[in-house]
Design a protein around this ligand. Structure first.
Ligand code: PGA
Length: 251
């Protein structure tokens, strides 16, 4: 399966910074041997307000996709502060992150809400990246598999034969901490997710399972070589063009 390397810029940077970052990523990738896109899909997810600038920078350069970090559960209407899936389509987005642990924690998003967001995205031909992952406490008490299994069961909506989703396994304790999960734990969890998907979705073989949580230039090659690791969702390291490009190269 072709890997997907996705940058989650989170709530970082200025408009000028976003313009500079995407320009540096394009220039860096173009100065490479040119084969990278045959092996790997590349995606960036800027903050909502920076999406138009990234779209402008990528005009005529479809090799890099862009997407959003969240969308509303509602189609439209009186939902102050929300951004609809339709607006994301209008802005050129082809992906949306759904249920990142920071949304689950900071905004109390439950699995059912995330499934709804993923469904709305699919209805608008946007590919959702559905995030799952256990907390440190859940891992310490031996419940990581149980928690992630339940999240897979409840956060992925019912899919039709043509609905494609991406799943991101992001242990909460690994995000932004520098504490990357052990290779055997990543491989084990990705295998479990693949098994769960077989009972949950019509085409489990088409679901890319990304690893996220302190993936960076120096550990990317090892993580991306693990079975069932079909790419990465990268936070901090996606904010430096050179580091992001190294990760893409590792894929
Ligand atoms: P990190 O974030 O790479 O900074 O750990 C990953 C994510 O939250 O998607």
């Amino acid at each position: 399966m072709k890997k997907l390397i996705a940058g989650n810029w989170k709530m970082n940077g200025s408009l000028d910074g976003a313009r500079g970052l995407i320009a540096d990523i394009v220039n860096g990738l173009e100065s490479g041997d040119g084969t990278v896109f045959s092996r790997c899909d590349v995606l960036v997810c800027p903050p909502f307000l920076h999406i138009p600038a990234v779209r402008h920078a990528l005009h005529g350069y479809p090799k890099i996709a862009f997407g959003a970090q969240d969308c509303s559960v509602f189609e439209n209407g009186a939902h102050t502060g929300d951004v609809s899936a339709e607006m994301l389509v209008d802005s050129g987005c082809s992906y949306v992150i759904a249920g990142h642990s920071e949304r689950r924690q900071n905004h109390g998003e439950a699995d059912e809400v995330i499934a709804y967001k993923a469904r709305i995205a699919l209805n608008h031909d946007i590919t959702p990246i559905i995030c799952v992952g256990e907390t440190a406490e859940e891992r310490a008490t031996g419940r990581a598999e149980e928690i992630v299994s339940a999240q897979i069961e409840r956060s992925i909506p019912d899919l039709g034969p043509f609905d494609i989703v991406v799943v991101a396994y992001e242990p909460v304790w690994a995000i932004g901490t520098g504490n990357v999960a052990k290779p055997e734990d990543v491989a084990g969890m990705h295998a479990l997710i693949r098994e769960k998907l077989k009972r949950k979705v019509p085409r489990p073989d088409l679901v890319r399972i990304l690893y996220g949580g302190s993936m960076k230039a120096e550990n990317a090659a090892g993580l991306l070589a693990l079975p069932n690791v079909d790419g990465g969702l990268i936070g901090g390291a996606s904010l430096k063009a050179s580091e992001f490009i190294t990760i893409i190269g590792a894929a």
